[in-house]
Design a protein around this ligand. Structure first.
Ligand SMILES: NC(=O)c1ccc[n+]([C@@H]2O[C@H](COP(=O)([O-])OP(=O)(O)OC[C@H]3O[C@@H](n4cnc5c(N)ncnc54)[C@H](OP(=O)(O)O)[C@@H]3O)[C@@H](O)[C@H]2O)c1
Length: 253
């Protein structure tokens, strides 16, 4: 990770779970990290906890489902740091209710999940790429997908979630190809697909069995995914680990 010391990383969904573990590990490795989330105060708490590490953590309040909020965040990043080297698109929510329910409530909620998990990620990537070009240096974009980004169990009980993650995985390869066509050989792009990780995602999404869910099956910890992200970043610049699937031992999916 020596090559990333002093470089600038943006991590979305940094206030909890996998994103919180990633910003901690990046700071331990000397990276300057900007954590994005709606609960910026949670990132400030992590920054205080990690203040003796070689890197530094900054928080930036941002709702990734809101284009104006995202643009404001990147305006602040540009003014303060001028450039970006690493983007980890990690913010995400799950959702378990039927897609076909015609209610307005459902319309709103489905749009929100699509906007957070996919549309927001598309525009964040565009904003970060703009500042990666300013850096004119090596860079990496890592998207956090899911094991649901290339399989759907029958019957599907994860609603629109797998569709958003399939889209993220496809987008990762599309961006990789767009970079090649644009003769950009300094920026790598990759997708990491975690199995079940013990985080707050079930509670955050109103899952009724969130308390007991993790106790009844094999689980990863957020740090296991962060270690995967650090591994992808650590490989030499000419190596692109484009896809990393991480499951707990014994996961049945
Ligand atoms: N846990 C799992 O089993 C699992 C498995 C596979 C993949 N994943 C993926 O891993 C990623 C992280 O999830 P997690 O498990 O760590 O869940 P988590 O603990 O609930 O964390 C989710 C993060 O996303 C942020 N977020 C949600 N909506 C947002 C919005 N509108 N704007 C900005 N940030 C938003 C949250 O921040 P605020 O609420 O503060 O905004 C929080 O920091 C997600 O993409 C998820 O799909 C998780």
């Amino acid at each position: 990770m020596d090559k990333w010391v002093g470089k600038i990383a943006v991590v979305t969904g940094a206030s909890s779970g996998i994103g919180a573990a990633i910003i901690k590990d990046l700071a331990k490795n000397g990276v300057i990290v900007i954590g994005l989330a709606r609960r910026a105060e949670k990132i400030d708490e992590i920054a205080t906890e990690m203040s003796s590490e070689p890197g530094k953590i900054y928080s930036c309040k941002c709702d990734v489902s809101d284009i104006n909020s995202m643009k404001a965040a990147f305006k602040w990043i540009e003014e303060k740091f001028q450039k970006v080297h690493i983007l980890v698109n990690n913010a995400g929510v799950s959702f378990y209710e039927d897609i076909l329910d015609p209610s307005d409530d459902r319309t709103e909620r489905l749009n929100e999940v699509i906007n957070i998990n996919f549309t927001g990620l598309v525009h964040l990537t565009r904003e970060a790429f703009r500042l990666m070009q300013v850096a004119d240096d090596f860079g990496m974009i890592i998207n956090v997908g899911s094991i649901y980004d290339n399989m759907i169990k029958f019957p599907n009980t994860s609603s629109i979630y797998p569709a958003t993650k399939y889209a993220v995985r496809a987008l990762t390869e599309i961006i990789r190809q767009e970079l090649i066509v644009g003769s950009n050989d300094k920026i790598r792009v990759a997708n990491v697909s975690p199995g079940i990780v013990r985080t707050n995602i079930g509670h955050a999404s109103g899952r009724k069995d969130a308390d007991t869910f993790y106790d009844t099956r094999p689980c990863l910890e957020p740090e296991n995914i962060s270690e995967g992200v650090i591994y992808m970043l650590s490989t030499p610049y000419n190596v692109n680990v484009t896809q990393l699937t991480i499951k707990p031992v014994g996961e049945q999916f």
